[in-house]
Every structure is written in structure tokens, then in C-alpha cells.
Design a protein around this ligand. Sequence first.
Ligand SMILES: [Zn+2]
Length: 56
Amino acid sequence: MNRCITCRMRVNANRAHITISYKGERYLVCCPLCQAEFERHPEKYIQLSEVKKTRH
Ligand SMILES: [Zn+2]
């Protein structure tokens, strides 16, 4: 299961808006708005997703 890196919404990998490559990792993004938001604060959203991973 994949999630949009910005809004954490479930995204089918085939239907995602785009996949962003950042520092060697690839992140799914659901829409242009989330893409713009991720590009403004990439570190913030990556950090949030890492925290959720380790806590689960
Ligand atoms: Zn999104």
C-alpha cells in the first residue's frame, strides 16, 4: 500500500500524480497541490513519514 507523502492519503501507484525522487528515495504524490507542497518542505514531510514508520 502506498501513500501520498504530503497528505498521507492512500494512492494507487499506477494512478499517482507523479513520483518525486529526492535524495535517492522515491515518493508518491497524489496531485499537483501535494507536489508543490512537498517541494516547499521536503524535509518536513520525509521526517513525518519516517516517524510514522518507526512507531508502527
Ligand atoms: Zn496528496
